[in-house]
Write a protein that binds this ligand. Structure first.
Ligand SMILES: [Zn+2]
Length: 729
């Protein structure tokens, strides 16, 4: 399961599914080195390409001073060539297959491709441009074919199969046993056991899937550009703060519309600006623009891509002997099959809908109290919910924000909590080049002062970055390759104008803790094989460590350390803090339902029978929501089909439910730690040892049981979300 770049959030590196991104050519076997040497001497000009050699920087951090766009394409070409030569050498080895000369040799292969892929796909997410997008489109089918050429190599598979057949005689340790099993299964799942005709069909489908996924991803960026809401007068923006208004003004100016105001959409149905805007017509305009994205209202129409992707995935699953794409995908996850994931979600629906209904009642009462007579529409929800919140908890998000200044949150909050739990420290490294000026590199030091790896913090939003927040890596940890981790966190925090402090919302603060949770899963990885490192775990397990760390956001000791007024330095008053704590469960019905709706929608797309042609995306979506009892007008899914990036642009197809599945583990784990001493080095070390260091070298449920002593139960999840009247058994 080579999912190193794929495993987290919406990964951009869809085509990387079969490419190692954690190899070191200095340890690549000698037999390929000689062919490389003769090739290189005839191609002097290409020798300066920084991807051809391991980076000279600490832990092979990418040398952005040397990397230029022109290096990517030749490095991909040469990387695929080198990788294929290594694979051929393994497949054609005259020696009897051994674990070492086959499985371990594969782990070591693909050094150049790994180096160039990790840099290129990180940039395509964090700092993209037209050139990068174009090259990405060009590379996608080539990389898909490359992956197929490996997975469908009959000689190679014969070696793997012969090892797998006698696995009981090989006396392998647990991690090696899992590596053999996963490698074998990976080949079978890619079609290694099919006949030649069927394999050709798989290749065709893969190539189309890869191109369409790239097209969908690129379309999302186009949709963001096409759907900017331009406002002519400042009066229409009543309700926004001066700094919000000046941000909108500069956004318009950078789009050659001086004197106007530009509102750009984030990639969710809900838009945070709807909380503040008094002008109902403008709210409606923003909401409709957001919700109708990709449905043919502007140039870019993603509906045909959604239909085609669904159809192709069903076809591929069928070719491989599965009933649906969901069955194919979930076989590898903790859930095991789509029914188990659907059951977990559907069991929550009654409790969640009943919470939504009481929230809606309060909001309707507020609309009336404000002297308005209109119905509750989706574009009203957040505006009035904020008023309910203010009344009920007398809490003003702008007031709270003053205690969440960016640097304090990062250093005295996130870094501090991780120090209290694991003893680690973060030291800024100005000497390591970055790909964009806002990026800050830290060297992470262990409790004993030794160096663990590098952490790149890229927190600010920009036009060249895709939406959302995620963790990824430039290098993943591996003992075999003598490699330490080089990890990134990305967010989309709006940077305050020069000279002003960046103040965060509570959501942004907890997202920062969340992404650090993923980062440490990569950072603490202590495994032998690169493909088992850190976050390369099943999708419904990967969000567990991150969601777990999220909950330190409101830990009293942590909050006392970071939540200080940005001007006076005063600690957040107890009363305000208590309100923040109380308000945590506010709107949980809406939040949970919009998520569950999207997760169920994902599973509906990926449980269609092979051969199903979806002619009307909007109808399919509506039917899916109705069928699952979640079609509630005021609470639309968090993502509608036409911009559901997790599912149609990223690696989360049939897997969006995974966040909730992971949250069951996270909530149970956090509660357990809380009941047993909470924030302490001792607790941190135990969690790191049994869970964060293991990657996929051990079965995930076993990791959990080894730490917790038992499987998780759902009680803590319901508590965590403040959901009442649970009907779940
Ligand atoms: Zn996450």
């Amino acid at each position: 399961m080579r999912k190193t770049l794929l495993a987290v959030a919406v990964s951009a590196a869809v085509s990387l599914g079969a490419c190692s991104d954690a190899n070191d050519s200095s340890t690549t076997e000698n037999k390929t080195a000689s062919t490389e040497a003769s090739k290189d001497s005839s191609q002097q000009a290409k020798e300066t390409n920084p991807f051809y050699k391991p980076s000279p920087l600490l832990y092979q951090a990418p040398d952005f001073d040397a990397i230029e766009f022109k290096h990517f394409e030749p490095a991909f070409e040469k990387g695929m060539e080198e990788h294929m030569a290594e694979i051929e050498a393994i497949a054609n080895n005259s020696a009897e297959p051994t674990f070492e000369n086959t499985i371990v040799a594969m782990e070591k292969s693909g050094a150049i491709l790994g180096r160039v892929s990790s840099v290129f796909y990180n940039l395509s997410s964090s700092n993209s441009n037209e050139q990068i997008r174009e090259l990405q489109g060009k590379l996608a089918p080539k990389l898909a074919a490359h992956s197929d050429n490996i997975r469908l190599n009959a000689k190679l598979f014969a070696r793997i199969k012969s090892l797998h057949d006698k696995r009981d005689e090989l006396e392998l340790d647990t991690a090696s046993e899992r590596l053999l099993e996963d490698t074998y299964k990976g080949f079978v799942r890619a079609g290694a056991e099919l006949n030649e005709d069927e394999q050709q069909q798989i290749r065709d489908v893969n190539s189309q899937l890869s191109s369409l996924t790239t097209e969908f991803r690129n379309s999302l960026m186009k949709l963001t550009k096409e759907n900017v809401i331009v406002v002519d007068s400042k009066e229409e923006l009543a309700g926004l703060s001066d700094s919000q208004i000046s941000s909108l003004a500069s956004a318009a100016e950078s789009r050659d519309m001086p004197g106007k105001y530009a509102i750009t959409l984030t990639n969710t149905t809900r838009q945070s600006i709807l909380t503040d805007l008094e002008n109902r017509e403008l709210r409606q305009r923003i909401w409709e623009t957001s919700s109708n994205r990709g449905t043919g209202n502007t140039e870019t129409d993603t509906r045909p891509m959604v239909a085609k992707l669904t159809q192709l995935r069903a076809e591929k699953a069928n070719l491989l002997g599965y009933d649906t794409w969901g069955d194919y995908v979930l076989e590898e996850n903790m859930a095991g099959n789509p029914e188990a994931a659907q059951k977990m979600l559907r069991d929550l629906v009654p409790a969640v809908v009943s919470n939504v209904e009481s929230e809606a009642e309060e909001i309707r009462a507020m609309i009336e109290a404000e002297g308005e007579q209109h119905e509750l529409k989706p574009w009203d929800w957040f505006y009035y919910a904020e008023k309910v919140r203010e009344e009920k908890y007398a809490i003003d998000s702008d007031e709270v924000k003053k205690y969440f200044e960016f640097n304090r949150v990062l250093e005295d909050g996130v870094f501090y909590a991780m120090n209290q739990l694991f003893g680690i420290t973060f030291e800024e490294r100005n000497d390591i080049p970055v790909y964009q000026d806002d990026v800050v590199v830290y060297e992470v030091k262990d409790v004993d002062g030794s160096s663990l790896g590098l952490f790149y913090a890229d927190y600010y939003a920009r036009d060249s970055k895709r939406g959302g927040a995620w963790m990824s890596s430039f290098r993943t940890q591996s003992e075999l390759m003598n490699q330490k981790p080089v990890i990134l966190n990305n967010m989309n925090i709006t940077k305050a104008p020069e000279g002003e402090p960046t103040l965060l919302s509570f959501d942004e603060v907890s997202t920062m803790f969340h992404e650090m949770g993923h980062a440490l899963h990569g950072m603490f990885s202590d495994v032998k094989y690169p493909s088992q490192a850190g976050t390369s775990v099943p999708r419904d397990y990967v969000e567990f460590p991150s969601t777990f760390q999220e909950d330190w956001t409101l830990n009293p000791k942590v909050i006392a350390n970071y939540a200080k007024h940005y001007e006076t330095g005063e600690q957040i008053p107890d009363e305000l803090l208590q309100k923040v704590l109380d308000a945590r469960n506010f709107n949980q019905g809406f939040d949970t339902l919009e998520y569950i709706s999207a997760a169920l929608l994902d599973l509906e797309y990926h449980t269609v029978e092979p051969g199903t042609e979806i002619s009307d995306i909007e109808k399919f979506e509506q039917d899916a929501l109705e069928k699952n009892g979640v079609a509630i007008e005021a609470v639309p899914p968090r993502y509608r089909s036409t911009y559901f990036a997790h599912v149609f642009a990223g690696g989360y197809s049939a897997g969006y439910y995974a966040y909730m599945w992971s949250e069951v583990l996270a909530a149970d784990a956090f509660k357990h730690m809380g009941n047993n001493g909470g924030l302490s080095l001792e607790n941190g070390q135990a969690f790191r040892k049994e869970i964060l260091s293991k990657g996929s070298s051990k079965d995930p449920m076993q990791q959990y049981i080894d730490w917790r002593g038992q499987e998780p139960t759902v009680e803590a999840l319901l508590e965590r979300r403040g959901l009442t009247n649970p009907s779940i058994d």
